[in-house]
Design a protein around this ligand. Structure first.
Ligand code: ADP
Length: 267
């Protein structure tokens, strides 16, 4: 009886220790997250403050200087808004009730829409967006709005870290009951030493936090989160100087789903 009691106490203590460890790591995560967040918000906020002060101190009298500082202040404001939007997205994804709504949708069409919405950005670098999908409408099960965000984030990155006159290709391949979706670029690539942390919030390859260009460091964290809600994983392969490919799967919609002549699923 005594050994049984001892075992019980031992077990209890192990459980408690594990619980404490989990809480500690959550706490570390929270602390690091808030630290990163305030740093990320401070950078544009200080820039805006600086530009406004310079304008007040007389720069506004010179039209050329005025325009330059106003333009920079605007860019810093855009950055801040993008950051807040990404954060808002992450918060929503963490609320299981708001998280996702799985329905059949036309993937071919969504890829086209993604390319159309980012055409302006691709043009700035003369990057060609290529759709290498199989023929016909491809119907998958997923949350269209969320998957749209996945495709937008991955395509945006492929342009942002792409090369002048480069290309980005989204291809779709059927594998049994799934469709494999690949976003492939011939951009700068990613060194293997970054692979493990790439999908963490605020992680960026370019460590200089003060850079004005680029994204928020939340894009891939959002991608990973959305795919996890779909019970899928995102994988990545890359060669420095040659390019990167990000891929994930979505289940094909039931074959019995009827399509209208435009390829839109009819409920
Ligand atoms: P960011 O907002 O900085 O783009 P992400 O989470 O989207 O943040 O990406 C994290 C980092 O991964 C980026 O800073 C970039 O260095 C790297 N990265 C993402 N996609 C690509 C790509 N297609 N090619 C090269 N590097 C990439």
């Amino acid at each position: 009886l005594l050994t049984e009691a001892e075992e019980y106490v031992d077990q209890l203590s192990t459980n408690k220790q594990q619980e404490i460890k989990a809480l500690k790591s959550q706490d570390d995560f929270r602390r690091e997250f808030i630290g990163n967040l305030s740093h990320e918000l401070k950078t544009p906020a200080f820039s805006i403050q600086g530009y406004i002060e310079t304008l007040i101190d007389g720069a506004s009298e010179d039209p050329e200087m005025r325009d330059k500082f106003l333009e920079r202040a605007r860019r810093a404001t855009d950055r801040m808004i993008q950051l807040l939007e990404d954060l808002d997205n992450l918060t929503r994804l963490e609320n299981p009730e708001l998280a996702i709504e799985i329905r059949p949708f036309n993937l071919t069409e969504l890829i086209q829409e993604t390319f159309e919405s980012l055409d302006w950005m691709a043009k700035e670098k003369n990057i060609t967006l290529v759709q290498g999908a199989e023929y016909g409408p491809l119907i998958v099960m997923g949350d269209k709005k969320r998957i749209s965000q996945v495709l937008v984030n991955l395509t945006k990155n492929s342009i942002l870290y792409g090369v002048q006159n480069g290309h980005t290709k989204i291809s779709v391949t059927a594998i049994e009951d799934f469709l494999l979706i690949e976003v492939k670029d011939n951009g700068i690539g990613i060194d293997p030493k970054h692979w493990q942390r790439l999908f963490e919030r605020f992680y960026r390859v370019e460590q200089s936090r003060n850079r004005h260009e680029g994204g928020t460091g939340l894009g891939l964290a959002i991608v990973k989160h959305i795919l996890e809600l779909h019970e899928q994983t995102i994988t990545m392969r890359s060669t420095v100087g040659e390019g990167s490919t990000f891929s994930f799967c979505l289940p094909k919609a039931d074959k019995s789903i009827t399509l209208s002549s435009k390829g839109v699923p009819i409920k």
